[in-house]
Design a protein around this ligand. Structure first.
Ligand code: FES
Ligand code: FES
Length: 164
């Protein structure tokens, strides 16, 4: 199979049942995406596919051969951090760091969703443009679990990057 991940081409000969997460971690050594639950409960495996966040553990790699896949490794690097990575560091948005790659990939997509006007469950008026409020960020990030409980600092980091 052929994939485009973080702007680079990758070939892999894998079982047709391989999840996108296992492809990344076990076959391409892109171990930034984490496996917390392996069944869509924790968000640690969140990656961006064609600009949208998905749980890589819940989708088959074979379905994404024509897609543009971005993992935490593609967002930034030491010395050249993505603004959200930088904000997470400054706001103490993590402790053990296990959930962090998924949190950051999800946060990138959340800020884009708000900018595009995608409504959320906590909006009083779903036809209005969503605002970057604490409740809005918490609701949209609710699929990303952090056992260390860094939620408040994650929301602060996101609010800063969103200019709120
Ligand atoms: S590992 Fe995919 S949601 Fe938990
Ligand atoms: S920083 Fe430890 S689980 Fe989130």
């Amino acid at each position: 199979m052929h994939f485009t991940i973080n702007g680079q081409s990758h070939q892999a000969e894998v079982d047709i049942r391989t999840s996108l997460l296992d492809l990344l971690r076990e076959h391409l050594s892109l171990t930034g995406s984490k496996k917390g639950c392996d069944h869509g409960q924790c968000g640690a495996c969140t990656v961006l596919v064609n600009g949208r966040r998905i749980n890589a553990c819940l989708t088959l790699a074979v379905m994404h051969q024509d897609d543009d896949i971005v993992t935490i490794e593609g967002l930034g690097r030491p010395g050249d951090l993505h603004p959200l990575q930088d904000a997470f560091v400054r706001h103490d948005g993590f402790q053990c760091g296990y959930c962090t790659p998924g949190q950051i990939c999800s946060a990138v997509a959340v800020l884009d969703e708000i900018k595009r006007g995608v409504p959320s469950h906590v909006q009083a008026d779903v036809s209005a443009k969503p605002q970057v409020t604490n409740m809005e960020l918490r609701e949209r990030m609710s699929g990303n679990i952090c056992r260390c409980g860094a939620y408040s600092n994650i929301a602060d980091a996101m609010a800063e990057v969103a200019g709120a």
